[in-house]
Design a protein around this ligand. Structure first.
Ligand code: IMP
Length: 201
């Protein structure tokens, strides 16, 4: 089976291919089919936004489509930046500007608990939907650390590892990350679906 990824992100494609190829599932970017659906993320949750993207691409291509939506949830900020993680502080800020703003908003705050969340939705032409969600718990650091990863990784501190997410290798990150966890859960659900659909001999 081939799933069309509702994203332009080559890195996401690689992560999905790595986990799903074991199931004989191929993942291709929507651009590989000449499709460029750009959906407005108007949902109120990660899951709703993932569904909006996957559903739009499934309708456009007529093929099963997969999408994810992710972000950082900080308890002391009432769950911000949450679904607005990519736009926190406005369109003019880059990744560094966004995490600096977040650090400023957390100044003097004792409760540093936060988590990365990733929701996945896969919409099939028969109307069925498979969903998965992965979480990675951490704390907001006092200052950025590390050069790896992207986004909020330098200020996302993992107390048990005594490192920030940006100090992990890609493989270490994948093994514990919200996206890795969501993808592994999704792969299990895909395997169960495939087993159900297999005709009995
Ligand atoms: P999207 O799901 O790719 O749209 O990601 C939304 C935003 O959440 C990104 O632009 C990042 O700011 C943040 N984010 C999501 N996943 C990660 C991660 O693994 N590390 C750091 N930031 C992340």
């Amino acid at each position: 089976m081939t799933l069309v990824l509702a994203s332009q992100n080559q890195k996401k494609l690689g992560e999905m291919q790595e986990i799903l190829s074991h199931l004989g599932v191929e993942v291709v970017l929507q651009s590989a089919l000449g499709v460029h659906v750009d959906v407005e993320e108007t949902g109120q949750t990660f899951a709703e936004n993932a569904w909006l993207k996957a559903h739009a691409v499934m309708q456009e291509t007529g093929q099963p489509a997969i999408a994810d939506d992710s972000g950082l949830v900080v308890d002391a900020l009432g769950g911000a930046p949450g679904i607005y993680s990519a736009r926190y502080g406005g369109e003019d800020l880059d990744d560094v500007g966004r995490y600096r703003l977040l650090l400023r908003n957390m100044e003097g705050e004792a409760n540093r608990a936060c988590r990365f969340v990733c929701a996945i939705a896969c919409c099939f032409p028969d109307g069925s939907v498979l969903t998965a969600e992965g979480i990675c718990e951490g704390v907001v650091g006092d200052a950025p650390r590390g050069e790896g990863g992207f986004g909020y990784d330098p200020i996302f501190f993992l107390p048990e590892l005594e490192r920030s997410m940006a100090e992990l290798t890609p493989m270490e990150k994948h093994n514990i990350s919200h996206r890795g966890n969501a993808l592994r859960q999704f792969a299990q659900k895909m395997a169960a679906r495939a087993a159900e659909m297999k005709p009995e001999r």
